[in-house]
Design a protein. Structure first.
Length: 64
C-alpha cells in the first residue's frame, strides 16, 4: 500500500481525522497516511484496531 493516496485520490479537508499507521519489519519502516477514509483497507484496519484490539464500542457514525 502506498504511503499516500494517488494524486487524483487525495482529499484535503478541514473537518475529519488523519489516520496514520506505521510498521517496522527487519529494519524496514513503512507509513500509511490517509484523511478520513470512508472505505477500503485503511478504514478496515483502523476499525479493527479500535473495535477488536482496543475493545471500544464506537458507533459507525462517530468514526470519520
Amino acid at each position: 500500500m502506498p504511503p499516500e493516496p494517488a494524486p487524483n485520490d487525495k482529499v484535503v479537508g478541514v473537518d475529519g481525522a488523519q489516520w496514520i499507521f506505521e510498521a517496522s519489519n527487519k529494519g524496514n519502516h513503512h507509513v500509511i497516511d490517509r484523511w478520513s477514509p470512508r472505505n477500503g483497507p485503511v478504514r478496515e484496519l483502523g476499525l479493527y484496531v479500535v473495535r477488536k484490539l482496543g475493545k471500544l464500542d464506537v458507533p459507525e457514525k462517530a468514526i470519520y
